[in-house]
Write a protein that binds this ligand. Structure first.
Ligand code: HEM
Length: 405
């Protein structure tokens, strides 16, 4: 499975340039990234005020149950994301489109491969924004990959899905979309079928799949890797699981999930410590005043969440340490609450935030009841690449053994 990631060698140089441009300083401040001028905002009060205002909505146009192989037990190191990735795709497809592709059962699944490569192409087109110009893209070596994996892969699957649903509706075999009860995403979309073109519908489906599958799988893998690096944390996770579940295969219910408060602290701390979306950006429709400075209309305002999450002023001297207990109700204070924004803030906050935390909790409550994780990776050697979502360059390499639960 790991070789799937290696099939696509992305050029991450530009991500590194942006990363270097983001350093602590007064807020707001100017930062040049090549020819682009950004206004950087990293004071928690200013960020909160700005992202909740009408000026903080527009995006700049640079944005355009786990099945493991038994062989892995007590075996070599492997990338746990190669399991969470098909699980994440199965789940997002099932919960948003009602399609059950059982990707977990077919490790060489073509659609999974299309999505993995598709996500990389989408990410590259955000950073190398000139690739969004069709004539330039056509000359690039990404063009063929885009045709193969996005157009004839991801889009084809979304097109087939819409066509099938339309046919079922025509033959009166599907009236789920008419229901007034809460519906899955595709039925919500079909309620507004007349307002969208065929391609816009396919676009919406692809956006949810792209935004939904890699985020959850990387985040689940991140927590498993951090728990391997911090055995004390892993022990506490398992102690809590033992107090909530009576057996290794007991079903996960909503009530049980709510009782897993320490696991949630670990997930929160993981999103603070290794911030998955390091920066977000907005384009400003009108002039605004922030921190007694006037920021002119059409500026790109960048919010480096990564700096808010690692500030010693906000999180204290141990800001650079991995301490899940900082999210306990007694310790998590108002300033930290304001600065903590792994899912963004305001009207454009991640629409999948609750779904994501729930899915990660479900996946991990299964994983840690069945397995112990260890790793040979040293934390100081771990490197990140920013492909929309932060990803570990070396892979999420762990070893597992069976846990007696
Ligand atoms: C741990 C998992 C996730 C993290 C950390 C995350 C983070 C984020 C962040 C920071 C944003 C805001 C971007 C901005 O303000 O410009 C965002 C937007 C978004 N997310 Fe997520 N996300 C996650 C999972 C998901 C999932 C599972 C879905 C879909 C089911 C999803 C769908 C979206 C969509 C559609 C947007 C765009 C909202 C808009 O622009 O109005 N995300 N996400």
């Amino acid at each position: 499975m790991l070789q799937k990631y290696q099939q696509f060698q992305a050029d991450y140089h530009l991500f590194q340039v942006i990363k270097r441009a983001v350093y602590p300083g007064p807020s707001p401040r100017k930062v040049w990234v090549g020819p682009l001028l950004f206004v950087l905002l990293d004071d928690p009060d200013q960020v909160h005020q700005y992202l909740n205002s009408t000026n903080g909505i527009d995006k700049p146009n640079i944005y355009s149950g786990l099945d493991m192989d038994k062989d892995e037990l007590d075996g070599e190191d492997f990338d746990i994301n190669s399991y969470f990735s098909p699980l994440g795709l199965d789940n997002i497809l099932r919960t948003s489109t009602g399609v059950d592709k059982r990707i977990q059962e077919d490790k060489n699944n073509k659609y999974l491969n299309d999505c993995i490569i598709g996500v990389n192409i989408f990410a590259l087109k955000i950073v190398k924004f000139w690739l969004q110009l069709k004539p330039i893209m056509r000359m690039s070596n990404l063009y063929e990959l885009e045709q193969k994996h996005i157009l004839n892969g991801m889009f084809k699957m979304a097109h087939d899905l819409i066509q099938e649903k339309e046919e079922n509706i025509r033959n009166n075999n599907d009236d789920k979309y008419k229901s007034e009860k809460p519906q899955i995403f595709i039925d919500q979309l079909f309620k507004k079928r007349n307002e969208f073109s065929f391609d816009e519908m396919a676009d919406e489906i692809n956006s949810i799949v792209v935004a939904g599958f890699e985020t959850i799988s990387s985040m689940s893998s991140t927590v498993v890797l951090l728990a391997a690096l911090y055995p004390r944390v892993q022990e506490k996770i398992v102690d809590e699981l033992k107090s909530v579940f009576t057996s290794v295969d007991e079903e996960v219910t909503d009530e049980k999930l709510q009782e897993l408060t320490y696991l949630e602290q670990v997930i929160n701390e993981s999103t603070r410590y290794w911030t998955p979306v390091p920066y977000i950006a907005r384009s400003l429709p009108t002039d605004i005043e922030i921190g007694s400075k006037i920021i002119p209309a059409r500026s790109i305002v960048a919010i480096p969440i990564i700096l808010l999450h690692s500030s010693k002023e906000i999180w204290g001297k141990n800001a650079y340490k991995f301490i899940p207990e900082r999210f306990s109700p007694e310790k998590f204070n108002a300033v930290q609450r304001q600065a903590f924004m792994p899912f963004g803030r305001g009207p454009r906050i991640c629409i999948g935030n609750k779904y994501a935390v729930k899915s990660i909790k479900i996946a991990l409550s299964h994983f840690f009841r069945h397995y112990k994780s260890k790793t040979n990776l040293k934390e100081k050697d771990i490197k990140f690449e920013y492909v929309i979502f932060a990803r570990i360059v070396q892979g999420y390499m762990i070893k597992i053994s069976k846990r007696e639960f």
